[in-house]
Design a protein around this ligand. Structure first.
Ligand code: SF4
Ligand code: SF4
Length: 135
């Protein structure tokens, strides 16, 4: 079976909602630098403290504050948080078909993938990690 490649359709669904991803201190540093801001300025302008240990991007008009609703792109793409980079190929979709179906319904880029094809991607990723081959 030929391996399909995931292609983001820029629907913006993963950047919309009531909350966004949590960001680590390293990510805060990287994003602040990228924006030419001090960490304090970045935190004040763009983030919310959700709990003692959880900092998230602010929401603006129903989307993460860094989502460009016209161009449908992430304004901090080169330094976006790890969870944004890995989405939607997160470990949970490889673990369970039901998880895969839920995320498939939500993400336009997964619409044409079957459970079999997703498992194949997981196996190829494993081979890639163990052999360091460029696939
Ligand atoms: S939900 Fe999927 S297709 Fe839509 S922007 Fe996010 S990754 Fe891309
Ligand atoms: S940082 Fe970028 S990719 Fe992540 S939720 Fe915000 S707009 Fe989307």
């Amino acid at each position: 079976m030929p391996l399909k490649t995931f292609e983001c359709k820029r629907c913006g669904a993963c950047c919309a909602g009531e909350s966004t991803v949590s960001i680590s201190s390293k990510e805060i540093q990287n994003i602040s630098q990228f924006l030419g801001l001090s960490t304090e300025e970045f935190l004040k302008k763009y983030t919310l403290l959700k709990s003692k240990t959880r900092i998230e991007m602010k929401i603006q008009d129903g989307y993460c504050i860094f989502f460009d609703t016209i161009k449908k792109i992430c304004k901090i793409h080169p330094v976006k948080p790890y969870k944004c980079k890995e989405w939607p190929l997160t470990p949970i979709i490889f673990e369970d078909e039901e998880n895969f179906k839920i995320i498939k319904n939500f993400c336009q880029g997964l619409k044409n993938f079957s459970w079999k094809e997703i498992k194949l991607i997981k196996n190829i990723a494993k081979i890639k990690n163990s052999s360091k081959l460029e696939l």
